[in-house]
Write a new protein. Structure first.
Length: 338
């Protein structure tokens, strides 16, 4: 029986799901979430998991971000309810769910730090989930620095980075919204890439070299754009007249593109062999972890698990690399029992 640790999938515990439906402002989203049984029905989730002996899930909170609920008080309340629920599931079913990563209310940084401490030290969370921006504020905003410092230096556990964009982010300045769901299909990988770039150019990785960030969807567009990230950012500042980036470029300890290789990615590429091969080539097998994005697929759960496993099989990796990708990297990063 081959062990598979799914590093990135989503679940809404019952109390969280109920409260979410009461406070979320987008009632259409609440309706959509309610229609995905395996997002909030634990028994249905486990029956589906039975199809793959040895398959385990590290549970992550489901979008939207906690800070999107409005007030800091609402965000804190929902975050605590969700984290308590995920911890309870892991405690009841450790063979299925060996760990979870915690939600964090980033619209109140002191509360975020308190919840991180509670989730990790009391609930045994093995990381946190952040989104690619906080109510349109970039992650490299100095106010958020203590969160990254805590994860890198105190807890030494990963940050799982999830994209966030809505139809309100238009694709053209002349239009009021994004159409044809471009905001999600193309916009989310772009948001991930932008967030990684801001972390790179903020100096975060030089300041906290132990920082571990797992970027959803295998780094967004970063691996595919390696040929642009390298030579074009080697010329940082050559296209900018209103800011002088020469000192920033000179201060960087490595090429800009090589900072991006310090991040990790998951296999959430919808089963695309070409995308998986590209991501492995860019990050290296030691920085890629199996993930599915369950249950957000057209079948409501099993499709992305099945297809991402199929893509891994198709690559015919050496046995040691396959073990790293499917379970070893996650077990090491999250300090899980073998």
């Amino acid at each position: 029986m081959e062990r598979v640790i799914d590093i990135y999938n989503h679940f809404m515990p019952p109390r969280y799901f109920q409260r979410f439906g009461e406070v979320v402002r987008d009632k259409g989203m609440a309706k959509r979430m309610g229609g995905i049984a395996m997002l909030h029905d634990l028994e249905a989730r486990m029956r589906m998991m039975d199809r793959w002996p040895g398959y385990q899930q590290v549970l992550a909170p489901a979008p939207p971000p906690p800070e999107s609920f409005g007030s800091a008080a609402a965000s804190i309340e929902l975050t605590r309810i969700g984290n308590d629920g995920l911890a309870e599931i892991c405690a009841r079913h450790p063979d299925r769910f060996p760990a979870f990563v915690a939600a964090v209310p980033m619209n109140d940084v002191p509360a975020a730090l308190a919840e991180i401490e509670r989730a990790i030290t009391q609930l045994d969370a093995r990381g946190i989930q952040l989104f690619t921006h906080v109510n349109s504020r970039p992650l490299d905003d100095p106010e958020f620095l203590p969160v990254f410092e805590a994860m890198a230096t105190r807890y030494r556990l990963p940050i799982l980075l999830h994209p966030v964009r809505t139809p309100a982010t238009s694709d053209y300045a002349a239009e009021p919204k994004s159409r044809f769901e471009i905001w999600q299909v193309l916009g989310w990988p772009h948001d991930t890439s932008v967030a990684l770039a801001r972390l790179v150019f903020s100096g975060m990785l030089d300041r906290f070299p132990e920082l571990t960030v797992v970027s959803h969807h295998l780094g967004g567009t970063v691996p595919y754009l390696e040929g642009r990230l390298g030579p074009l950012w080697d010329q940082l500042g050559s296209r900018t007249a209103d800011e002088d980036y020469s000192a920033l470029l000179a201060s960087m300890k490595r090429r800009p593109v090589d900072y991006f290789r310090m991040f990790h990615g998951d296999t959430v590429v919808g089963g695309s062999e070409a995308a998986l091969r590209c991501g492995l080539s860019f990050f290296g097998v030691g920085h890629v972890l199996f993930g599915s994005d369950c249950p957000f697929d057209p079948e409501g759960g099993p499709m992305f698990i099945r297809e991402n496993l199929r893509a891994v099989d198709a690559l015919e990796l050496p046995a040691a690399d396959r073990r790293k990708l499917l379970s070893g990297n996650a077990a090491s990063m999250l300090r899980l029992a073998s």
